[in-house]
Design a protein around this ligand. Structure first.
Ligand SMILES: Cc1cc2nc3c(=O)[nH]c(=O)nc-3n(C[C@H](O)[C@H](O)[C@H](O)COP(=O)(O)O)c2cc1C
Length: 372
């Protein structure tokens, strides 16, 4: 299914940047799940463009659930959530509609859809489509949280400025995730966060953009989740992470650095505590062995490229005339994506883990009967 992810429950995305609405259908949610709509709202707010660090297209992202939700609980039938587009300015795209934006999906969409695609604002390829993804992720995060599973991210790097590292010790890490999840600009070191914001503004002043790295951790995940080979935790999460526009790299645990280590440095020493729980004293494998969670936090990093739509003149091609051309982009764009993408990363992580959980324990695992 082209615009659908999932096996045990599915998430289907629809809409275009300048169409009337964007949205998501989640099928396979258990009946009777209580949903906190204010939490969904808060997650959408963390992705929303606000202030000088993001695009001047500032959408309210008010959402409406039009099916699958009644009297505060899921009904078990498909849940459809809609967000209307309100701040479209399609004329910005008319003048340059045949001029392909380097780094964007204009050329590939033209080829794939033979020119029938909605090109306004990037159409279906717009970062705007990540708003319903965040809403779907917020539903999944609530279900996972009712089972003690917490997901959170920080901007490990932005515009070349690095944040402090996430703590390795699981209790300290859980604590850090709690703090990060409250922040709009998610960094552990506020001074580094200021420097990142300066780097974004400096690039913007030069009609340019910056990229960065989002580092994510999942705490409370029991050992034994994930399937061997094709539905390993890494495969499923990487599938989803690479589905997010502008993501160009993913590494789990120590990732590429493992390639330069010896086995004696890469292996995580194993221990057992007084309660019989097996743990490791380091986490270079990122909480996954053989594609299956080992009970340590899942840790991974996602590289986000600089926003492709920059305001400097660029070499391109006029697709209609089949001639070389110069592009001066109109429209409204983010000078950086990474700070807005962080909740999108958390959201797709929740979607992937919920699907793997349902694979391991069945769809009726979703409702935590001890809590409700
Ligand atoms: C939250 C978010 C916001 C984005 N904002 C913009 C933007 O303002 N302008 C732009 O050109 N691309 C933006 N993008 C990235 C493009 O959608 C993306 O680069 C494009 O679809 C091409 O896909 P690719 O980079 O994965 O190859 C954004 C992506 C995300 C996740």
């Amino acid at each position: 299914m082209k615009s659908t992810f999932g096996k045990n429950f599915t998430v289907s995305l629809f809409g275009e940047s300048h169409g009337p609405a964007i949205g998501v259908v989640i099928d396979g949610l258990q009946a009777g799940l209580p949903l906190d709509l204010a939490y969904i709202r808060s997650q959408l707010d963390k992705r929303r463009a606000v202030g000088a660090l993001s695009t001047a297209r500032q959408e309210a992202d008010e959402f409406e659930i039009v099916s699958g939700f009644f009297n505060g609980r899921t009904t078990g039938t498909p849940l459809c959530l809609l967000i209307t587009n309100q701040s479209t300015r399609s004329r910005d795209y008319e003048k340059t509609k045949n001029l392909l934006r380097p780094g964007h999906a204009d050329y590939t969409a033209f080829v794939k859809y033979q020119g029938w695609q909605d090109y306004r604002g990037g159409g279906h390829f717009s970062g705007r489509l990540t708003a319903p993804l965040v809403a779907a992720g917020a539903v999944c995060r609530q279900i996972l949280a009712s089972h003690g599973i917490v997901i959170g991210s920080h901007l490990a790097k932005c515009g070349g400025v690095a944040d402090a590292p996430l703590p390795e010790e699981p209790a300290a890490l859980l604590n850090a995730l709690g703090r990060l999840n409250e922040l709009d600009f998610a960094v552990l070191d506020a001074a580094q966060g200021q420097a990142m914001q300066q780097a974004i503004l400096a690039a913007k002043a030069q009609a340019d953009s910056v990229g960065g790295v989002v580092e994510t951790a999942v705490c409370g995940l029991p050992a034994g989740v994930g399937e061997p080979f094709f539905n390993s935790v890494e495969s499923v999460l990487a599938h989803l992470l690479f589905s997010v526009p502008a993501v160009k790299g993913v590494e789990f645990g120590a990732g590429f650095a493992l390639a330069d280590m010896r086995g004696s440095q890469a292996n995580d020493p194993m221990r057992v505590d007084a309660a019989g729980r097996i743990y490791t004293t380091s986490n270079r494998n990122g909480g996954i062995n053989g594609g299956i969670s080992n009970g340590m936090p899942i840790v991974f990093r996602t590289a986000i490229k600089p926003t492709p739509s920059i305001y400097q003149p660029q070499q391109t091609v006029d697709f209609a005339a089949k001639a070389n051309a110069e592009l001066q982009i109109q429209g409204r764009h983010d000078p950086a994506i990474v700070h807005r993408a962080r909740v999108v990363i958390d959201a797709v992580t929740a979607i992937g883990l919920l699907d793997l959980f349902c694979e391991a324990y069945g769809t009726n695992w979703q409702l935590n009967n001890e809590e409700n």
